[in-house]
Design a protein around this ligand. Structure first.
Ligand SMILES: NC(=O)c1ccc[n+]([C@@H]2O[C@H](COP(=O)([O-])OP(=O)(O)OC[C@H]3O[C@@H](n4cnc5c(N)ncnc54)[C@H](O)[C@@H]3O)[C@@H](O)[C@H]2O)c1
Length: 486
């Protein structure tokens, strides 16, 4: 067991944090008196057992007006801050932690008010890519990397980067074992796999598209009510990311931009965004073992995986990168909630609910669907049932357990690696993270698949409409996207 003698501060003690704290204490020996929770709407029942053990509760809301003062009262050099609230400005809190020697972790890159200035703004300015460029500029101004700050290390973004690496290595091994590659290409793949040079490996394997494909099958005995948004994780977080631009890492194999696409003018220009909400941008995808319709909700992994898998030539020009994005099929109750939300012109329902004890069955199936290589497709990820997740952490659901174990694994890595500066999930060693996470992931699956977006394609009005399909080039984005003619 890892020992940590400094302080740990949680900002936000919602569903993910409540699942994280007990798991953290199974892996890290830290005195309860050295743990503080800042929460402005504490769930008394959830917090009481911790306070009784000596954990401190501070009833406060962290904001731009009190950030330095409030944080300064509870953490200092060498301590760790775990941010599991929503809408805390990432640049501001990371800069504060950098200046004060405090290690930091979050599961998504956010702003104080994501809706401020969004009316009439150019779509590119509303993107996660834009926020990542701001972080880059901030980090470039620092004289040293400073205390470790792991950004976006939940399930997705987070574990999905490690599933992708695991998949690439498994694809390489299977291709070599089955003699799907020959001569120089086989040698290159073997060498890149040995070196864990994942960008060169993806390039040499010919990977074109990576989905973070997720199907949440958790259902409950308490149906969604009228005027209620039901989800298996933060409703606020889902609405924020789902009702803004769809975003995706844009592969070098893509021939044409989709409708309403916008490209960036600065930075690596590795992504595009659509002037279309993520929840309204739907694609076909696959989880073991069926096709799903997923939403291209913008997520950090679309930025980081694309970036880390890019191959550049000596002049710095990008010669290879895959298309990467989320394909999210949430729980049935969340799908019904989104349907109602559209009817309300995207104004949030008055009642919000995150399902836990009322769940009767189902689970969360989440993994990297890596496509376009000699084995066609490969899926690597977790299939965690509600029963298994309850055995691991009582009163939680499969979705929060997947996030929590990722937070714990990254926190342990931070304890062992205190001075790495700002890191994305792809910067952490996948064997380390998955070694800690696997016992919490239910069925860990890494499997080939012959699925393609056109495998089950059908057209009810063939000959009478004009589907946007390129049958000669399977891995084009347009073949995944649901459009009017499909
Ligand atoms: N990367 C991933 O896989 C992943 C998955 C799920 C959730 N998340 C993110 O994790 C975060 C937490 O999610 P959750 O499901 O636990 O949400 P939640 O709504 O259950 O919990 C958030 C808690 O933070 C508190 N809070 C919010 N702002 C605060 C502030 N300024 N000061 C103090 N407390 C504050 C809220 O009162 C709430 O109790 C969200 O940002 C969400 O987007 C990431």
């Amino acid at each position: 067991m890892l020992h940590f003698s400094k302080k740990i501060l949680f900002v936000g003690f919602g569903f993910v944090a409540r699942c994280t704290l007990p798991v953290l204490l199974k892996h890290v020996r830290v005195r309860p008196e050295d743990i503080t929770l800042i929460e402005f709407e504490p769930d008394e029942d959830a917090i009481r057992p911790w306070v009784e053990q000596g954990v401190k509760l501070v009833r406060a809301k962290l904001g731009p007006y009190n950030l330095g003062e409030l944080l300064g009262q509870h953490v200092s050099a060498g301590d760790i801050l775990i941010d599991l609230a929503w809408n805390i400005d990432c640049c501001e809190i990371v800069q504060w932690c950098h200046d004060h020697g405090v290690r930091y972790l979050n599961t998504s890159v956010e702003l104080w008010d994501p809706y401020a200035n969004s009316k009439g703004a150019h779509p590119t300015q509303m993107t996660l890519y834009w926020r990542h460029m701001q972080i880059r500029r901030m980090v470039e101004g620092w004289s040293s990397p400073g205390p470790t700050a792991v950004l976006e290390h939940g399930a997705n973004p987070g574990l999905i980067s490690h599933f992708t690496k695991n998949a690439l290595l498994d694809i390489a091994q299977a291709c070599l074992a089955e003699r799907k590659l020959e001569g120089e290409q086989a040698d290159r793949v073997a060498q890149h796999a040995r070196d864990q040079a994942f960008n060169h490996l993806a390039h040499a394997l010919g990977v074109k598209v990576i989905h973070c494909s997720e199907r949440d099958t958790q259902i409950s005995d308490q149906p969604k009510d009228v005027d209620e948004f039901v989800n298996t994780w933060s409703v606020e977080g889902f609405r924020e990311e789902g009702t803004t631009t769809a975003e995706m890492g844009w592969g070098t194999h893509e021939k044409e931009l989709p409708a309403f696409a916008y490209e960036h003018t600065d930075g690596p220009k590795s992504q595009i965004c659509l002037a279309r909400m993520g929840i309204n941008t739907q694609v076909v995808s696959w989880v073991p073992s069926y096709t799903i319709i997923g939403m291209v909700v913008r997520h950090g992994e679309a930025f980081s995986i694309t970036e880390k898998l890019s191959v550049r030539d000596e002049s710095g020009a990008t010669i290879y990168r895959p298309t990467v994005h989320y394909a999210y099929c949430p729980s049935d109750a969340a799908i019904a909630s989104l349907w109602e939300l559209r009817g309300k012109n995207y104004r949030l329902q008055p009642k919000l609910r995150i399902m836990t004890d009322e769940i009767t069955r189902g689970g969360d199936i989440l993994g990297a669907l890596v496509m376009g290589h000699p084995l066609t497709s490969w899926w690597c990820g977790t299939d965690l049932s509600i029963e298994k997740s309850r055995q691991l952490v009582p009163h939680q659901n499969a979705t929060t357990v997947q996030v929590a174990i990722s937070v714990v694994a990254a926190t342990m890595w931070m304890i062992e690696n205190p001075e790495r500066g700002v890191c994305l999930p792809d910067d952490l060693p996948h064997e380390y993270v998955l070694g800690i996470a696997k016992p919490y992931l239910g069925k860990f699956i890494s499997t080939p698949s012959d699925w393609t977006p056109l495998k089950y394609y059908s057209n009810a009005f063939r000959g009478f409409n004009r589907p946007a399909i390129d049958a000669s080039d399977t891995w084009q984005f347009k073949n995944f996207l649901l459009t009017d003619g499909d």
